[in-house]
Design a binder for this molecule. Structure first.
Ligand SMILES: NC(=O)c1ccc[n+]([C@@H]2O[C@H](COP(=O)([O-])OP(=O)(O)OC[C@H]3O[C@@H](n4cnc5c(N)ncnc54)[C@H](OP(=O)(O)O)[C@@H]3O)[C@@H](O)[C@H]2O)c1
Length: 321
């Protein structure tokens, strides 16, 4: 488990703005479980963070000054320049968004990377009306949107999360048919009660024992969306895989890995569909907002303690330049 001592908050001077550059003040930044993987050395699908260098990640900011025709002061943009209050970027590193959408942090959650992960996951295994879909990490950023989208597709949706408050949120606010607290008893037993006839799809956000339970609960020809494995992100050595993997053979299951970046060429389709649901009031954007860059590390570490309901975001206090 990382600690605050692994991070340093530093103040630096930005260079004067050059032609084709834009100065942006961040309004919100994202903290995400995948950033934990970037703290490990070695090759992965995304480069590791460098010791002594600023971190990066998703952010929403406001243009303060621009020497590029594409942007003007007051424009709101998304970027990958999180973990800092101000930055200078090139136009191709910024994505203009509507400032009319409220809250703007929705572009880090339901209408951002995590919402797109939920949407892409359901597409990956062709989730359709009538499917019984089980989602772990269901009250988090990806999970709650995945559940809401599955309900909009006409599925029966079951979610698990780590507290009574989260279970209530899933049932009362997100429309899940069933939700349970995975901390009060083995998932395999709770699934037997909540889905006695089994499940068709498992949206895996946590891995480990929960994946093992889902392998038991899946019906023949069931599908698994392998999205995340947060239960193991802080393990010191890799845990052995599920003991019941043989279910894949006997039940002819399909398990597909998902990396949301592979879906970026379908961003317009995502924005049209999921943005449409959001604007029509059919999709709830739930977030946990922590204020101030000095709280960013606590927000990030909080993900591994379940401190968030919905998307964890950091809001920046207005600062003096
Ligand atoms: N493949 C991709 O492209 C992609 C993209 C985005 C995210 N992801 C993955 O999707 C998953 C969810 O990401 P997110 O951004 O939506 O995060 P999140 O669910 O908003 O936050 C993490 C949540 O994980 C749960 N958790 C923490 N430790 C756990 C443990 N040991 N066992 C079970 N649950 C635990 C906590 O909720 P509880 O209180 O319920 O425990 C916590 O709130 C992560 O695994 C992430 O890496 C994958």
């Amino acid at each position: 488990m990382p600690t605050a001592a692994n991070f340093t908050l530093a103040r630096t001077e930005l260079a004067p703005l050059q032609d084709r550059q834009v100065l942006v003040r961040n309004l919100f930044m994202s903290v995400d479980p995948y950033m934990r993987g970037r703290m490990n050395e070695g090759k992965s699908y995304i480069p590791a963070f460098e010791l002594g260098q600023p971190l990066d990640g998703g952010a929403v900011g406001e243009v303060v000054e621009s020497r590029a025709g594409e942007f003007k002061p007051g424009d709101v943009v998304t970027s990958n320049f999180g973990w800092r209050e101000y930055f200078i970027g090139a136009p191709k590193e910024l994505h203009l968004i509507s400032r009319e959408v409220k809250p703007l942090s929705v572009y880090l959650g339901a209408l951002g990377m995590t919402g797109m992960t939920a949407w892409a996951g359901l597409k990956l295994v062709d989730v359709k009306a009538g499917d019984v879909v089980y989602i772990s990490g269901a009250a988090g950023a990806v999970g709650n949107v995945a559940g809401q989208l599955a309900k909009l597709r006409g599925c029966r949706v079951i979610g698990s999360a780590g507290s009574t408050e989260k279970v209530r949120f899933l049932k009362d606010e997100c429309g899940f048919d069933v939700a349970f607290n995975y901390k009060v008893g083995p998932v395999v037993e709770q699934l037997k009660v909540e889905a006695p006839d089994g499940i068709d799809v498992y949206f895996d956000n946590v891995g480990g024992e929960t994946l093992e339970a889902a392998l038991s609960a899946l019906r023949p020809h069931g599908r698994i969306i392998a999205c995340g494995g947060i239960s193991g992100y802080n393990d010191e050595k890799p845990a052995p895989g599920p003991t019941n993997l043989f279910n894949i053979i006997t039940k002819r299951l399909t398990m597909k890995g998902l990396i949301v970046r592979d879906w970026l060429d379908r961003q317009n389709e995502f924005e049209k569909e999921v943005g449409g649901y959001f604007r029509a009031g059919k999709l709830k954007n739930k977030e946990t907002v922590v204020e101030g860059i000095d709280q960013a590390v606590a927000a990030f570490l909080g993900l591994f303690e379940g401190k968030n309901v919905g998307k964890m975001v950091v809001k920046f206090a207005p600062t003096v330049r």
